[in-house]
Design a protein around this ligand. Structure first.
Ligand code: TIU
Length: 228
């Protein structure tokens, strides 16, 4: 049994009970966080996405010790690309990052390819949920919403990459579905730090218009105090 706890956050305190809260790490895949993947082929410097790995590991450790629901997502497509909208395919190719093209880690953003999988440091443990999603938001064309309802989850603590694309899309989708979301600033990253900073402000502005933001340290302190 855990009790409801309150943590410091922007724009004001965030309260949650770990029993009704899921940690969701968005797309910490080699294709975004390792050299030669989709992220780098789109012309980005991936270093900022690697800097968050230790903080994500710390959060996973605390969540696992408390028995919280942990969810990992992966962006990607079927090998025959039948679930990839032509619009997405065409834009990637224009940027030199063709979804389905052979890269150093196998076919880019294709389910089953080495590059599509989660990085070694953040591999799921047995019993954790992995959501394969074709879009940017984790709710679009997935069973995430029903999994959350079935477990009685009402709040989401979100990290991963990239803050301004898949992380923001997922938080916006979750907010419209009635979930309260908190972004972990030091567990999320964009290729350009300005996109990351802008996303943080967009989420917590106007009295938590989409959600709250805070840090892994605040979260871990709160999680630990929930079982005291
Ligand atoms: N390009 C970019 O910033 N992001 C993506 O394409 N996917 C995710 O954010 N996961």
């Amino acid at each position: 049994m855990t009790k409801t706890v309150t943590m410091n956050a922007k724009p004001y305190e965030f309260s949650f009970n770990p029993e009704n809260t899921a940690i969701i790490l968005i797309d910490m895949q080699r294709d975004f966080v390792a050299p030669g993947g989709f992220g780098e082929k789109l012309g980005n410097d991936i270093s900022a996405t690697r800097e968050i790995i230790p903080a994500c590991e710390n959060v996973l450790k605390a969540a696992r010790e408390t028995g919280m629901t942990v969810i990992h997502t992966r962006e990607g497509h079927r090998p025959d690309l039948s679930d990839c909208p032509p619009s997405k395919l065409n834009r990637g190719k224009k940027q030199g990052a063709g979804i389905g093209d052979e890269g150093p880690m196998g076919r880019i953003l294709i389910r089953g390819a080495y590059g599509h999988d989660l990085i070694d440091e953040l591999q799921p443990e047995e019993g954790e949920i992995v959501i394969d999603k074709p879009g940017k938001g984790a709710f679009y064309q997935t069973d995430l919403e029903s999994i959350l309802h079935n477990r009685g989850i009402t709040q989401l603590i979100v990290g991963g990459v990239t803050t301004h694309v898949c992380v923001q899309s997922t938080i916006r989708e979750a907010n419209d579905r009635g979930f309260e979301c908190l972004l972990l600033e030091d567990c999320s990253a964009a290729f350009d730090k300005r996109d990351h900073e802008d996303s943080i402000r967009m989420i917590h502005q106007q009295g938590a218009i989409f959600g709250w933001t805070s840090t892994s340290e605040e979260l871990i302190t709160a999680i630990k105090s929930s079982s005291e």
